[in-house]
Design a protein around this ligand. Sequence first.
Ligand SMILES: Cc1cc2nc3c(=O)[nH]c(=O)nc-3n(C[C@H](O)[C@H](O)[C@H](O)COP(=O)(O)OP(=O)(O)OC[C@H]3O[C@@H](n4cnc5c(N)ncnc54)[C@H](O)[C@@H]3O)c2cc1C
Length: 386
Amino acid sequence: MNFHVSHENDLLLKTVRAFMEEEMYPHEDMVDRTGEVPEELGRRIEEKSKELGLFACNLPEDVGGGGLDYAAMHLIEREYGKTSHALHSWAARPTEILLACEGEQRERYLLPCVAGQKRELFALTEPEAGSDVMGMKTNARRDGDDWILNGSKHFISGPCMPDFAIVFAATGEDETPRGTRKRVTAFLVDVGTPGFDCREGHKCVSYRGYKTFQLSFDDVRLGPEQILGEEGKGLELSGQWLGMGRIWVGACCCGKAERILGLATEWAAGRRQFGQPIGRFQATGFRLADAAMNLRAADLMVTDAVVRAERGALQDADAAMVKVYCSEMLNRIADDTVQIYGGMGLMEDMPLQRLWRDSRLERIWDGTSEIQRHIITRSILRPLGA
Ligand SMILES: Cc1cc2nc3c(=O)[nH]c(=O)nc-3n(C[C@H](O)[C@H](O)[C@H](O)COP(=O)(O)OP(=O)(O)OC[C@H]3O[C@@H](n4cnc5c(N)ncnc54)[C@H](O)[C@@H]3O)c2cc1C
């Protein structure tokens, strides 16, 4: 999908492609088999991305970031989507929520993340509170000026052991027109703080080598300066950035779908049965046609959302539509491609099975398809008071 790409962004895309050819694609198979990105490789990707101006390219120039706009980030996220998070996450795009850092927090958290000296985690999900964020049990109670944090988080992902986590915790309750609602506050919690245990957790079969961490907090004492943003406004703060996160999931799905469709096309043209390429059988050819159509539609949805975001007009439902449509489109294409390959599609020595496994996660993280459909439904019914 190359329309509307400026000359600068075309050069950027070529740079990203060359970077991936050199530093990511050659290692995909090894990373998937071992479930690890060797530290040396991760650091090389990090360094190279700094040299190319791709590290922290999503953050503004005035904090040392690349200052790329959404149109440029769209191209990058789509391209990175073709490979594994285990690899491209080393070329970090620190979470924009860190832009809420104030005063000393900027020197302690934001600027080191932009410089690649520190890594953060975004810790919302809990073992008993996944989709139901408001079911969170992690809480912080006041003790003088300090806060005492207790609870746990899981499935918190990143490329390597972090330096700190942005932890969401209940700090009380508010009465609202819809009843009692938890007050949620975001805290910046350093690894190494007494009572904070951060260790590798479950191993995921999508994006092997991209780690998930489990975090537990046992009477962790935090000063008032460790609150990110305002007390009680944690969800509002994360909500400001979650929308774009879902657009980037959509872009990543389009990139991966394009790569998988390329594999499907080559196989359909080259594999012969009954004396002809299997692509000539309508059952196979129509799968390719549907995949091409659905990918085109998904790309257009992402482009539309990026334009809305640039105008400051992106709604939660817009982001939800992109997330559901693109992740489900990717999964259909991945599954159809396995079918086109027949038995070879499931063989370990083919990249397809890895891309198929990787694709599955996209319907789950950043809010499942079901939760996105709730968001869309709400936007349709709420104006009618239903
Ligand atoms: C590899 C990986 C990395 C992750 N990284 C992070 C991270 O960095 N930070 C973070 O905070 N979280 C992270 N997550 C968590 C992720 O966002 C959650 O897994 C996701 O939100 C779903 O929560 P859950 O897994 O607890 O599923 P559940 O909430 O238990 O859902 C199980 C099923 O029930 C369905 N369901 C639940 N409620 C409803 C409802 N009201 N209506 C209809 N269906 C419903 C869901 O759609 C799903 O199909 C990560 C997860 C994975 C797997």
